[in-house]
Design a binder for this molecule. Sequence first.
Ligand code: GDG
Length: 452
Amino acid sequence: MKNMGLIIVANRAPFRRTPQGLVPAVGGLATALLPVLEAQGGTWVAASTGFKPHPGTTLHDGRVRVEEVPLPEKEWQGYYGGFSNRVLWPLCHYFLEKVELRREFYLDYQRANRRFADKVAQIYREGDTVFVQDYHLLLLPRLLRERISGRIGFFFHIPWPSSGVFRILPWGRSLVEGVLGADLIGFHTQEYAENFLRTAAYYGYTVTGQRVQVGERWVRVEVHPLGIDSQRFAELARQPHVHLHAQALKRLAGTNHLILGVDRLDYTKGILERLLAYERFLQAYPHWRGRVAFFQIATPSRTSVSAYRELKRKVDEVVGRIIGSFLREDWVPLRYFYQTYTQEDLAAFYLAADVALITPLRDGMNLVALEYAYTSQNGVLVLSNLAGAAEYLREAILVNPYDLDGIAAALDQALRMPQRERQERLSALKERISQMDVQGWALRFLESLKRK
Ligand code: GDG
Protein backbone atom coordinates (compact mmCIF):
# COMPACT_ATOMS: atom_id res chain seq x y z
CA MET A 1 0.00 0.00 0.00
CA LYS A 2 1.30 3.43 -0.86
CA ASN A 3 1.61 6.03 1.91
CA MET A 4 -0.57 8.93 0.95
CA GLY A 5 -1.71 12.09 2.55
CA LEU A 6 1.00 14.21 4.05
CA ILE A 7 4.46 15.05 2.73
CA ILE A 8 6.73 16.87 5.16
CA VAL A 9 9.80 18.49 3.64
CA ALA A 10 12.69 19.58 5.86
CA ASN A 11 16.42 19.87 5.60
CA ARG A 12 16.93 17.14 8.21
CA ALA A 13 15.36 13.72 8.58
CA PRO A 14 13.30 13.00 11.71
CA PHE A 15 15.46 10.07 12.79
CA ARG A 16 18.96 9.82 14.11
CA ARG A 17 21.34 6.90 14.32
CA THR A 18 22.15 5.34 17.68
CA PRO A 19 23.90 2.06 18.50
CA GLN A 20 20.37 0.64 19.00
CA GLY A 21 19.34 1.64 15.48
CA LEU A 22 17.25 4.51 14.19
CA VAL A 23 15.38 6.54 16.78
CA PRO A 24 13.25 9.64 16.38
CA ALA A 25 15.39 12.77 16.48
CA VAL A 26 15.10 14.87 19.63
CA GLY A 27 13.91 18.38 18.97
CA GLY A 28 10.82 20.32 18.11
CA LEU A 29 10.26 19.38 14.54
CA ALA A 30 10.42 15.61 14.76
CA THR A 31 8.34 15.66 17.95
CA ALA A 32 5.73 17.86 16.35
CA LEU A 33 5.36 16.17 13.04
CA LEU A 34 6.19 12.48 13.48
CA PRO A 35 3.01 11.68 15.46
CA VAL A 36 0.89 13.43 12.84
CA LEU A 37 2.68 11.60 10.07
CA GLU A 38 2.33 8.29 11.93
CA ALA A 39 -1.38 8.87 12.47
CA GLN A 40 -2.24 9.61 8.89
CA GLY A 41 0.65 7.98 7.07
CA GLY A 42 2.97 9.89 4.86
CA THR A 43 6.47 10.73 3.74
CA TRP A 44 9.24 12.86 5.16
CA VAL A 45 11.59 14.27 2.54
CA ALA A 46 15.04 15.39 3.74
CA ALA A 47 18.54 16.01 2.44
CA SER A 48 20.61 12.85 2.51
CA THR A 49 23.84 14.33 3.86
CA GLY A 50 24.37 13.32 7.46
CA PHE A 51 21.62 10.72 7.23
CA LYS A 52 22.02 7.85 4.85
CA PRO A 53 19.43 5.12 4.88
CA HIS A 54 18.78 3.58 1.52
CA PRO A 55 16.73 6.06 -0.44
CA GLY A 56 13.06 5.52 0.12
CA THR A 57 13.50 3.07 2.98
CA THR A 58 10.26 2.56 4.84
CA LEU A 59 10.95 3.32 8.45
CA HIS A 60 9.02 3.57 11.67
CA ASP A 61 6.05 1.23 11.84
CA GLY A 62 5.75 1.15 8.10
CA ARG A 63 3.56 4.27 8.35
CA VAL A 64 6.31 6.85 7.93
CA ARG A 65 8.58 6.76 4.97
CA VAL A 66 11.77 8.81 4.68
CA GLU A 67 12.80 9.84 1.19
CA GLU A 68 16.25 11.22 0.66
CA VAL A 69 17.26 14.05 -1.61
CA PRO A 70 20.85 13.27 -2.54
CA LEU A 71 22.97 16.42 -2.71
CA PRO A 72 26.51 16.45 -4.10
CA GLU A 73 28.99 17.48 -1.38
CA LYS A 74 29.87 20.83 -3.00
CA GLU A 75 26.24 21.73 -3.46
CA TRP A 76 25.45 20.75 0.14
CA GLN A 77 28.25 23.03 1.33
CA GLY A 78 26.92 25.98 -0.69
CA TYR A 79 23.26 25.39 0.13
CA TYR A 80 23.58 24.49 3.80
CA GLY A 81 26.96 25.69 5.12
CA GLY A 82 26.82 28.69 2.76
CA PHE A 83 23.46 30.25 1.94
CA SER A 84 21.45 28.78 4.83
CA ASN A 85 24.00 29.26 7.61
CA ARG A 86 26.18 32.14 6.44
CA VAL A 87 23.54 34.26 4.75
CA LEU A 88 19.97 33.61 5.89
CA TRP A 89 20.72 32.57 9.48
CA PRO A 90 22.79 35.65 10.42
CA LEU A 91 20.56 38.01 8.41
CA CYS A 92 17.32 36.83 10.01
CA HIS A 93 18.93 37.13 13.46
CA TYR A 94 20.22 40.66 12.67
CA PHE A 95 23.93 39.72 12.65
CA LEU A 96 24.57 41.72 9.52
CA GLU A 97 28.36 41.75 9.79
CA LYS A 98 28.32 37.95 9.55
CA VAL A 99 26.29 37.83 6.32
CA GLU A 100 28.38 36.68 3.33
CA LEU A 101 26.53 37.70 0.19
CA ARG A 102 28.13 35.25 -2.22
CA ARG A 103 26.39 34.50 -5.45
CA GLU A 104 27.74 30.93 -5.63
CA PHE A 105 26.00 30.17 -2.31
CA TYR A 106 22.72 31.33 -3.76
CA LEU A 107 23.21 29.25 -6.91
CA ASP A 108 23.75 26.12 -4.82
CA TYR A 109 20.70 27.02 -2.72
CA GLN A 110 18.63 27.24 -5.92
CA ARG A 111 19.99 23.93 -7.17
CA ALA A 112 19.30 22.18 -3.87
CA ASN A 113 15.76 23.58 -3.67
CA ARG A 114 15.16 22.30 -7.23
CA ARG A 115 16.33 18.84 -6.22
CA PHE A 116 13.87 18.87 -3.33
CA ALA A 117 11.15 19.92 -5.77
CA ASP A 118 12.03 17.05 -8.12
CA LYS A 119 11.82 14.54 -5.29
CA VAL A 120 8.50 15.85 -3.98
CA ALA A 121 7.01 15.97 -7.49
CA GLN A 122 8.14 12.37 -8.01
CA ILE A 123 6.41 11.00 -4.90
CA TYR A 124 3.41 13.34 -4.92
CA ARG A 125 -0.02 11.76 -5.44
CA GLU A 126 -3.18 13.68 -6.29
CA GLY A 127 -4.68 15.09 -3.09
CA ASP A 128 -1.51 15.00 -0.97
CA THR A 129 -0.71 17.96 1.26
CA VAL A 130 2.86 19.25 1.35
CA PHE A 131 4.23 20.95 4.48
CA VAL A 132 7.62 22.65 3.93
CA GLN A 133 9.86 23.59 6.87
CA ASP A 134 12.10 26.53 7.41
CA TYR A 135 14.67 28.83 5.92
CA HIS A 136 16.58 26.16 4.00
CA LEU A 137 13.69 25.78 1.58
CA LEU A 138 12.31 29.23 0.83
CA LEU A 139 12.26 28.65 -2.93
CA LEU A 140 10.52 25.30 -2.73
CA PRO A 141 6.82 26.32 -2.42
CA ARG A 142 6.88 28.18 -5.75
CA LEU A 143 8.83 25.40 -7.48
CA LEU A 144 6.18 22.97 -6.28
CA ARG A 145 3.26 25.20 -7.19
CA GLU A 146 4.32 24.92 -10.83
CA ARG A 147 4.18 21.13 -10.67
CA ILE A 148 1.54 19.96 -8.20
CA SER A 149 -2.05 20.88 -7.48
CA GLY A 150 -2.34 20.03 -3.75
CA ARG A 151 -2.21 22.32 -0.74
CA ILE A 152 1.23 23.65 0.21
CA GLY A 153 2.06 24.94 3.69
CA PHE A 154 5.25 26.62 4.82
CA PHE A 155 6.54 27.29 8.34
CA PHE A 156 9.42 29.64 9.09
CA HIS A 157 11.08 28.70 12.41
CA ILE A 158 13.41 31.66 12.81
CA PRO A 159 12.65 35.40 12.99
CA TRP A 160 11.53 37.05 9.77
CA PRO A 161 13.51 40.31 10.05
CA SER A 162 12.22 43.80 9.36
CA SER A 163 11.76 44.47 5.67
CA GLY A 164 14.65 46.98 5.74
CA VAL A 165 16.99 44.19 6.82
CA PHE A 166 15.56 41.56 4.48
CA ARG A 167 16.12 43.90 1.54
CA ILE A 168 19.87 43.59 2.06
CA LEU A 169 19.59 40.30 0.17
CA PRO A 170 20.18 40.81 -3.54
CA TRP A 171 17.93 37.76 -4.06
CA GLY A 172 15.23 38.98 -1.67
CA ARG A 173 12.53 39.29 -4.31
CA SER A 174 13.03 35.71 -5.58
CA LEU A 175 13.02 34.34 -2.05
CA VAL A 176 9.73 36.07 -1.21
CA GLU A 177 8.30 34.95 -4.55
CA GLY A 178 9.46 31.44 -3.66
CA VAL A 179 7.75 31.25 -0.31
CA LEU A 180 4.58 32.84 -1.71
CA GLY A 181 4.08 29.65 -3.71
CA ALA A 182 2.50 28.31 -0.49
CA ASP A 183 -1.20 28.57 0.41
CA LEU A 184 -0.45 29.22 4.07
CA ILE A 185 2.73 30.65 5.65
CA GLY A 186 3.24 30.28 9.41
CA PHE A 187 5.39 32.18 11.90
CA HIS A 188 5.93 31.93 15.66
CA THR A 189 4.92 35.52 16.44
CA GLN A 190 2.84 38.39 15.13
CA GLU A 191 5.98 40.50 14.78
CA TYR A 192 7.54 38.06 12.29
CA ALA A 193 4.25 37.79 10.37
CA GLU A 194 4.03 41.57 10.11
CA ASN A 195 7.65 41.83 9.01
CA PHE A 196 6.93 39.31 6.28
CA LEU A 197 3.81 41.13 5.11
CA ARG A 198 5.74 44.43 4.93
CA THR A 199 8.50 42.69 2.98
CA ALA A 200 5.96 41.31 0.51
CA ALA A 201 4.41 44.79 0.15
CA TYR A 202 7.86 46.25 -0.50
CA TYR A 203 8.32 43.88 -3.42
CA GLY A 204 5.04 45.11 -4.88
CA TYR A 205 2.53 42.53 -3.70
CA THR A 206 -0.94 43.63 -2.62
CA VAL A 207 -1.36 42.91 1.07
CA THR A 208 -4.81 42.95 2.70
CA GLY A 209 -4.89 42.19 6.40
CA GLN A 210 -2.93 38.96 6.77
CA ARG A 211 -3.24 37.96 3.12
CA VAL A 212 -1.01 38.49 0.11
CA GLN A 213 -2.31 38.46 -3.45
CA VAL A 214 -0.28 36.44 -5.94
CA GLY A 215 -1.97 36.54 -9.35
CA GLU A 216 -5.35 34.91 -8.83
CA ARG A 217 -4.42 33.40 -5.48
CA TRP A 218 -4.51 34.78 -1.95
CA VAL A 219 -1.78 33.48 0.34
CA ARG A 220 -2.64 33.48 4.06
CA VAL A 221 -0.10 34.42 6.73
CA GLU A 222 -0.77 33.12 10.25
CA VAL A 223 0.80 32.99 13.69
CA HIS A 224 1.24 29.47 15.08
CA PRO A 225 3.61 29.44 18.07
CA LEU A 226 5.43 26.12 18.32
CA GLY A 227 5.39 24.46 21.73
CA ILE A 228 6.95 21.37 23.25
CA ASP A 229 5.91 17.79 23.90
CA SER A 230 4.68 18.75 27.37
CA GLN A 231 3.50 15.25 28.25
CA ARG A 232 6.97 13.89 27.62
CA PHE A 233 8.59 16.49 29.89
CA ALA A 234 5.95 15.93 32.58
CA GLU A 235 6.75 12.21 32.46
CA LEU A 236 10.49 12.84 32.67
CA ALA A 237 9.92 15.09 35.68
CA ARG A 238 8.26 12.14 37.45
CA GLN A 239 10.98 9.58 36.76
CA PRO A 240 12.93 8.54 39.89
CA HIS A 241 16.20 8.17 37.97
CA VAL A 242 15.85 11.72 36.63
CA HIS A 243 15.37 12.97 40.21
CA LEU A 244 18.42 11.03 41.37
CA HIS A 245 20.46 12.58 38.59
CA ALA A 246 19.15 16.05 39.53
CA GLN A 247 20.24 15.52 43.14
CA ALA A 248 23.69 14.46 41.96
CA LEU A 249 23.91 17.66 39.90
CA LYS A 250 22.98 19.74 42.95
CA ARG A 251 25.71 18.00 44.93
CA LEU A 252 28.14 18.72 42.14
CA ALA A 253 27.20 22.42 42.29
CA GLY A 254 27.88 22.32 46.02
CA THR A 255 25.81 25.48 46.57
CA ASN A 256 22.26 26.23 47.64
CA HIS A 257 21.46 27.86 44.33
CA LEU A 258 22.07 26.67 40.80
CA ILE A 259 21.71 28.77 37.63
CA LEU A 260 21.47 26.97 34.27
CA GLY A 261 21.98 27.87 30.61
CA VAL A 262 21.31 25.38 27.77
CA ASP A 263 21.91 26.22 24.11
CA ARG A 264 23.37 25.07 20.87
CA LEU A 265 26.75 26.81 20.73
CA ASP A 266 25.50 29.53 18.39
CA TYR A 267 26.29 33.25 18.37
CA THR A 268 22.57 34.06 18.32
CA LYS A 269 22.09 32.44 21.72
CA GLY A 270 24.00 35.15 23.63
CA ILE A 271 26.22 32.71 25.55
CA LEU A 272 29.21 35.03 25.63
CA GLU A 273 27.15 38.01 26.82
CA ARG A 274 25.48 35.76 29.42
CA LEU A 275 28.85 34.68 30.82
CA LEU A 276 29.92 38.33 31.02
CA ALA A 277 26.64 39.13 32.77
CA TYR A 278 27.32 36.36 35.32
CA GLU A 279 30.78 37.81 35.89
CA ARG A 280 29.18 41.25 36.37
CA PHE A 281 26.70 39.68 38.81
CA LEU A 282 29.48 38.16 40.92
CA GLN A 283 31.22 41.54 40.99
CA ALA A 284 28.12 43.62 41.73
CA TYR A 285 26.52 41.26 44.25
CA PRO A 286 29.52 39.77 46.07
CA HIS A 287 27.39 38.24 48.83
CA TRP A 288 26.29 35.58 46.32
CA ARG A 289 29.87 34.35 45.88
CA GLY A 290 30.17 30.85 47.26
CA ARG A 291 26.36 30.53 47.44
CA VAL A 292 25.51 30.15 43.78
CA ALA A 293 26.90 28.13 40.86
CA PHE A 294 26.29 28.49 37.14
CA PHE A 295 26.15 25.48 34.79
CA GLN A 296 26.25 26.28 31.08
CA ILE A 297 25.55 23.47 28.61
CA ALA A 298 26.63 24.28 25.06
CA THR A 299 25.74 21.67 22.48
CA PRO A 300 28.25 21.53 19.59
CA SER A 301 26.69 22.95 16.44
CA ARG A 302 27.71 23.83 12.84
CA THR A 303 31.35 23.27 13.70
CA SER A 304 32.40 23.54 10.06
CA VAL A 305 31.36 27.22 9.94
CA SER A 306 34.21 29.50 11.04
CA ALA A 307 31.98 31.92 13.01
CA TYR A 308 31.06 28.99 15.26
CA ARG A 309 34.68 27.93 15.80
CA GLU A 310 35.57 31.54 16.59
CA LEU A 311 32.72 31.72 19.12
CA LYS A 312 33.91 28.52 20.77
CA ARG A 313 37.38 30.02 21.24
CA LYS A 314 35.95 33.18 22.80
CA VAL A 315 33.61 31.25 25.10
CA ASP A 316 36.47 28.97 26.23
CA GLU A 317 38.51 32.08 27.03
CA VAL A 318 35.80 33.83 29.06
CA VAL A 319 34.93 30.60 30.92
CA GLY A 320 38.60 30.25 31.85
CA ARG A 321 38.81 33.86 32.97
CA ILE A 322 35.71 33.69 35.20
CA ILE A 323 36.78 30.44 36.84
CA GLY A 324 40.31 31.82 37.23
CA SER A 325 39.14 35.03 38.92
CA PHE A 326 36.55 33.64 41.32
CA LEU A 327 37.48 30.00 42.04
CA ARG A 328 37.95 29.15 45.70
CA GLU A 329 38.97 25.91 47.35
CA ASP A 330 35.40 25.37 48.48
CA TRP A 331 33.58 26.81 45.46
CA VAL A 332 33.52 26.38 41.68
CA PRO A 333 31.57 29.40 40.34
CA LEU A 334 31.00 28.09 36.84
CA ARG A 335 30.96 24.76 34.99
CA TYR A 336 30.87 24.62 31.24
CA PHE A 337 29.69 21.43 29.51
CA TYR A 338 30.49 21.40 25.80
CA GLN A 339 28.62 18.24 24.82
CA THR A 340 25.31 16.75 23.72
CA TYR A 341 23.08 15.16 26.35
CA THR A 342 20.14 12.80 26.26
CA GLN A 343 16.75 14.33 26.91
CA GLU A 344 16.65 12.52 30.29
CA ASP A 345 19.89 14.23 31.25
CA LEU A 346 18.55 17.61 30.16
CA ALA A 347 15.44 17.06 32.27
CA ALA A 348 17.68 16.37 35.28
CA PHE A 349 19.49 19.67 34.70
CA TYR A 350 16.10 21.44 34.42
CA LEU A 351 14.93 19.89 37.69
CA ALA A 352 18.16 20.74 39.49
CA ALA A 353 18.30 24.40 38.45
CA ASP A 354 16.75 27.12 40.62
CA VAL A 355 17.08 29.64 37.80
CA ALA A 356 17.29 29.19 34.04
CA LEU A 357 19.11 32.01 32.30
CA ILE A 358 17.98 31.95 28.67
CA THR A 359 19.22 35.08 26.96
CA PRO A 360 19.43 34.72 23.17
CA LEU A 361 20.28 37.92 21.31
CA ARG A 362 17.55 36.91 18.86
CA ASP A 363 15.61 33.64 18.63
CA GLY A 364 12.62 32.47 16.60
CA MET A 365 10.95 30.92 19.65
CA ASN A 366 13.38 29.13 22.03
CA LEU A 367 12.05 25.79 23.13
CA VAL A 368 14.56 25.39 25.96
CA ALA A 369 12.72 28.15 27.86
CA LEU A 370 9.46 26.22 27.53
CA GLU A 371 11.08 22.91 28.44
CA TYR A 372 12.65 24.37 31.58
CA ALA A 373 9.49 26.08 32.82
CA TYR A 374 7.44 22.96 32.19
CA THR A 375 9.87 20.55 33.88
CA SER A 376 11.03 22.67 36.81
CA GLN A 377 9.16 22.35 40.09
CA ASN A 378 10.26 25.52 41.80
CA GLY A 379 12.41 27.42 39.33
CA VAL A 380 12.52 30.94 37.98
CA LEU A 381 12.88 31.63 34.27
CA VAL A 382 14.96 34.63 33.25
CA LEU A 383 14.28 35.14 29.55
CA SER A 384 15.50 37.42 26.79
CA ASN A 385 12.91 39.87 25.51
CA LEU A 386 14.31 39.19 22.02
CA ALA A 387 13.23 35.53 21.96
CA GLY A 388 9.89 34.74 20.32
CA ALA A 389 8.98 32.86 23.53
CA ALA A 390 8.95 36.17 25.43
CA GLU A 391 5.76 37.09 23.61
CA TYR A 392 4.03 34.16 25.32
CA LEU A 393 5.91 33.62 28.59
CA ARG A 394 5.07 36.93 30.25
CA GLU A 395 5.52 35.55 33.78
CA ALA A 396 9.23 35.02 33.22
CA ILE A 397 11.62 37.77 34.32
CA LEU A 398 12.23 39.40 30.96
CA VAL A 399 15.63 40.94 30.29
CA ASN A 400 17.46 42.74 27.52
CA PRO A 401 20.18 40.19 26.60
CA TYR A 402 22.66 42.94 25.72
CA ASP A 403 22.27 44.69 29.09
CA LEU A 404 24.79 43.04 31.42
CA ASP A 405 23.75 45.13 34.44
CA GLY A 406 20.11 44.33 33.77
CA ILE A 407 20.82 40.59 33.62
CA ALA A 408 22.88 40.77 36.81
CA ALA A 409 20.00 42.53 38.59
CA ALA A 410 17.52 39.97 37.21
CA LEU A 411 19.66 37.13 38.58
CA ASP A 412 19.65 38.75 42.01
CA GLN A 413 15.87 39.20 41.80
CA ALA A 414 15.37 35.58 40.68
CA LEU A 415 17.52 34.16 43.46
CA ARG A 416 15.74 36.25 46.10
CA MET A 417 12.24 35.64 44.77
CA PRO A 418 9.82 34.61 47.55
CA GLN A 419 8.49 31.07 47.36
CA ARG A 420 4.91 32.12 46.75
CA GLU A 421 5.80 34.35 43.79
CA ARG A 422 7.96 31.58 42.28
CA GLN A 423 5.06 29.18 42.40
CA GLU A 424 2.56 31.67 41.01
CA ARG A 425 4.76 32.56 38.08
CA LEU A 426 5.71 28.95 37.39
CA SER A 427 2.16 27.64 37.39
CA ALA A 428 1.04 30.44 35.05
CA LEU A 429 3.91 29.54 32.73
CA LYS A 430 3.06 25.84 32.82
CA GLU A 431 -0.56 26.60 32.00
CA ARG A 432 0.45 28.66 28.96
CA ILE A 433 2.96 26.05 27.78
CA SER A 434 0.44 23.22 28.01
CA GLN A 435 -1.82 25.21 25.66
CA MET A 436 1.06 25.48 23.18
CA ASP A 437 1.54 21.73 22.91
CA VAL A 438 3.59 20.71 19.92
CA GLN A 439 1.17 18.23 18.42
CA GLY A 440 -1.64 20.76 18.65
CA TRP A 441 0.62 23.12 16.72
CA ALA A 442 0.93 20.74 13.79
CA LEU A 443 -2.74 19.83 13.79
CA ARG A 444 -3.88 23.45 13.97
CA PHE A 445 -1.57 24.44 11.12
CA LEU A 446 -2.66 21.55 8.92
CA GLU A 447 -6.32 22.15 9.72
CA SER A 448 -5.98 25.78 8.67
CA LEU A 449 -4.09 24.74 5.53
CA LYS A 450 -7.11 22.72 4.41
CA ARG A 451 -9.30 25.84 4.45
CA LYS A 452 -9.39 27.84 1.21
C1 GDG B 1 15.23 26.66 15.94
C2 GDG B 1 15.06 28.15 16.20
C3 GDG B 1 12.93 27.67 17.40
C4 GDG B 1 19.62 21.25 22.98
N1 GDG B 1 20.74 20.66 23.45
C5 GDG B 1 20.46 19.36 23.56
C6 GDG B 1 19.14 19.16 23.13
N2 GDG B 1 18.65 20.33 22.78
C7 GDG B 1 17.27 20.54 22.31
C8 GDG B 1 16.49 21.37 23.28
C9 GDG B 1 15.42 21.96 22.38
C10 GDG B 1 16.14 22.07 21.04
O1 GDG B 1 17.29 21.24 21.10
C11 GDG B 1 16.63 23.48 20.78
O2 GDG B 1 15.53 24.24 20.39
P1 GDG B 1 15.55 25.82 20.46
O3 GDG B 1 14.17 26.29 20.11
O4 GDG B 1 15.95 26.25 21.82
O5 GDG B 1 16.65 26.34 19.44
P2 GDG B 1 17.15 26.00 17.91
O6 GDG B 1 17.87 24.73 17.86
O7 GDG B 1 17.94 27.21 17.51
O8 GDG B 1 15.80 25.91 17.03
C12 GDG B 1 14.28 28.39 17.49
C13 GDG B 1 13.09 26.24 16.96
O9 GDG B 1 13.88 26.13 15.78
C14 GDG B 1 11.73 25.58 16.70
O10 GDG B 1 10.99 26.29 15.78
O11 GDG B 1 12.33 27.70 18.69
O12 GDG B 1 14.08 29.76 17.71
O13 GDG B 1 16.32 28.80 16.26
O14 GDG B 1 14.35 21.09 22.22
O15 GDG B 1 15.99 20.53 24.30
N3 GDG B 1 18.53 17.97 23.15
C15 GDG B 1 19.26 16.91 23.59
N4 GDG B 1 20.57 17.02 23.99
C16 GDG B 1 21.19 18.23 24.01
O16 GDG B 1 22.36 18.32 24.38
N5 GDG B 1 18.72 15.72 23.63
